[in-house]
Write a protein that binds this ligand. Structure first.
Ligand code: SAM
Ligand code: ZN
Length: 429
């Protein structure tokens, strides 16, 4: 562990840049063998997660990604409960911890655990053997690039209920194959770890990866989620599908942006939440800009500061989560004893915060209290104080799961500034 190895570089596994398994560089017509390859002995290291002790060897493993795995396992279990059947494709499985948990906790009927790196084989096989022996046929291990294994399953019309792609950086090359291979009504759990793009520091890169020209705004970590959903939505629509985000999760470890999407047939029923966003540096106001208004973009403050309107997009401007779905996840987590003994633990807090921020009255983005304070030229207000003051004025407000010192609200920035000044004045009197 710790050495720079190809396991950390997704692009190293691009078929045109790396000759995998000493096979010809062009895709081979031979059937890919899904049986485990000869076990390669790795130096053994062990980790424990949710009571499972498993090997990590030299594979890429982050303990801090456990919450993302918890959320995936809960979602897969809900799917199994309501559909009675659950087949999972874990396309970049590393040591196989997700596959293990999908089998053991979500009660998956079958998991195909894939990782391009053959050297993970021994570790994956050993970890999945904790749940059942290979002969029982509940799991298989393969070592192929994700797109190849997805495309092969699609060609075989072997569709999956749940596909998890735990990729690095801003790899979006698998969207098309993943949408082909997931069942209609099935779930796709995708990742981006590209904080530079979401931060607006590589607009040409985000444009290439997600079709979105992203510029810096104070709520860039929410933009990262919206950029990912928007990119996926665009790819789904090429195939005649639309997607519904069931939850969106940002974690600063990485950073990691994870979204769970349900694939639906046809066009979205309520129009497309796929627009541009404008943030005015002069007054701090944010607005969604629809395609037919692109020629009329300006901030209502009428700022005459050149270039003060920062425009990004197109990206997803609809809800980040489905509140009823998150409530089901929360109930299940409670039944599994994951929510602690009355003391709110991290998962408990996270799910409650996500449910709160699913209020349909709330627009995209969040407002950092420090931004309000600096624009109002007052000390930063206490979160509870400004939240209740905003609510008393009839606006909707919630916390953000992304930032502890921020609020989501439909109260315009100019009003937030006024309210912060009033709070300060009351404090002074
Ligand atoms: C973030 S790690 C996976 C971690 C694992 N899912 C977990 O939760 O612990 C990404 C893995 O993807 C593999 N990988 C990278 N690019 C790939 C590709 N194009 N196709 C398949 N596997 C790939 C790497 O070998 C690495 O093990
Ligand atoms: Zn303005």
């Amino acid at each position: 562990m710790g050495s720079l190895c190809p396991t950390t570089l997704s692009s190293s596994f691009h078929p045109k840049t790396l000759n995998l398994n000493n096979s010809p560089q062009n895709p081979s017509p031979r059937q890919f063998n899904l049986r485990p390859l000869t076990t390669i002995v790795c130096s053994s290291q062990y980790e424990t997660e949710r009571g499972f002790k498993f090997e990590i060897g030299d594979t890429f493993f982050r303990h801090k990604s456990a919450t993302g795995r918890d959320l995936g396992v809960l979602a897969a279990a809900l799917y199994k409960n309501s559909n009675d059947k659950l087949r999972v494709l874990d396309a970049m499985c590393g040591c196989g911890i997700r596959s293990l948990r999908y089998l053991a906790e979500s009660k998956a009927d079958f998991v195909l655990a894939n990782d391009a790196n053959e050297e993970c084989n021994g570790v994956i096989v050993s970890n999945l053997s904790i749940v059942s022996s290979e002969d029982e046929g509940r799991w298989k291990v393969s070592h192929s690039i994700a797109n190849r294994v997805l495309a092969e399953r699609y060609v075989e019309r072997d569709f999956f209920d749940f596909i998890d792609v735990d990729s690095f950086g801003s790899d979006s090359s698998f969207f098309r194959c993943a949408f082909d291979t997931v069942k209609i009504g099935g779930l796709l759990y995708v990742t981006s770890t590209d904080g530079f793009s979401s931060g607006g520091h590589r607009p040409n890169h985000s444009l290439a990866a997600y079709g979105a020209y992203i510029r810096p705004v104070p709520y860039s970590n929410e933009i990262g989620l919206r950029m990912l959903i928007g990119g996926a939505m665009r790819e789904a629509s090429v195939l005649g599908y639309h997607i519904s985000p069931l939850f969106s999760y940002y974690s600063y470890h990485g950073p990691v942006f994870r979204v769970l999407l349900r694939l639906n047939r046809g066009k979205p029923p309520h129009g497309i939440h796929y627009r541009f966003i404008g943030y005015c540096e002069s007054c701090g106001h944010s607005q969604a800009i629809s395609w037919d208004k692109l020629g009329q973009m300006k901030c209502p403050c009428g700022s005459d500061v050149p270039d003060s309107l920062i425009v990004s997009g197109p990206l997803w401007t609809g809800p980040l989560h489905c509140a009823s779905y998150l409530t089901e996840m929360l109930t299940l987590a409670g039944e599994w004893g994951w929510l602690g003994d009355g003391m709110k633990n991290d998962l408990d807090k996270l799910l409650h915060r996500m449910i709160d921020e699913s209020d349909p009255n709330l627009p995209f983005g969040y407002i950092q209290l420090d931004e309000i304070a600096s624009r109002a030229k007052v000390n930063s207000p206490r979160l509870m104080t400004i939240t209740s003051a905003i609510q008393q004025e009839g606006y909707t407000v919630s916390r953000s799961h992304i930032s502890n010192n921020a609020i989501k609200t439909n109260c315009p920035m100019s009003e937030c500034i006024r309210i912060a000044k009033e709070i300060q004045n009351v404090r002074v009197i």
